[in-house]
Design a protein around this ligand. Sequence first.
Ligand code: SF4
Length: 335
Amino acid sequence: MGSYELEEERILSWLKSRRATRVLIQAPDGIKPYLRDLCEVLAAAGIEAIVSGSHAWGGCDVAVREAVLVGADAVVHIGHHGPVRFRPPGNLLFIEGRAGVSIHGVVEIAAEKLVEKGVENVALLTTIQHLHELRHAKSLLSEHGINVFLARSSKPYMREGLITGCDVEAAKALESKVEAFLVVSGGVFHALGVGLITRKTVFAADPYTNRVLDIERNVRRVIAVRLNHLADALDAREALIVASTKPGQFSATRIRRVKAFLSSRGIKCKVAVFGDLDRGVLENLGSFDVYVNAACPRLAVDDYHIFPGPVINPGELRYLDEGLENYDPASALQW
Ligand code: SF4
């Protein structure tokens, strides 16, 4: 799987500048096994490093409360680009966690595929782990005669070419200019987000496996599931609004909006708040006709099986009124 650049020196000097003596280190599960050396470097400098064993799903999911609980002076969050939908405290440092794997090989394969398919204009997108190689990927594609387009989300802390699981604004901005999208990242998770907002071809280029995949079938599968769940939700009488305690996912305004919509349709609803969701914690609350997911929108897209009944996202509520004929999959990412 390769290693990650953890920028030990930068972390150390930032912590020293804050005179921190105890730090909470947070990283996604895939990066956690690489944290040992960092902890040792910090320990050698007299800084106690406590690793958060909790999941760290995104820049929305920073363990600020955990840090207070363990008495940490600072939080180092590795693996995401920056805070998502919350105001970051001053004692928080984001480290990208650049992947040690090169994107060169997979972009060469992608370039050949794009040329073979007659694609002349492509939108290039990637995740924070590979963003430092964006220019290199662009010039490789250009060498094959492909026009490469880049854009940037308007959200704070986002950078050119960068997408996250719920922010594909950079892709949307380029839709009219290109015939296809190329998403360089591990797996198809990020490419799938792009696939939901466009009818154009989306290729997922995975630098860990050197595979390039047209994700059309994956997108069609997601749309089929979304329509299924919405159809099952049409006659719902009782709903559970599922909220999250993660700082960038909890929104009282969103919950109020969802509640008001459900009440206007005569649907009784309860609100429950969770840290990490799984089927067990949802089943503990009994069964509901529909679950309205006010937490990370990707839960309803990728992890719908954890919900004991049909799940819909706030952006999809309107189809309960409008019917499903004009369903737009982009609404699955809208909060
Ligand atoms: S809300 Fe979900 S997709 Fe968006 S940053 Fe958080 S974990 Fe990622």
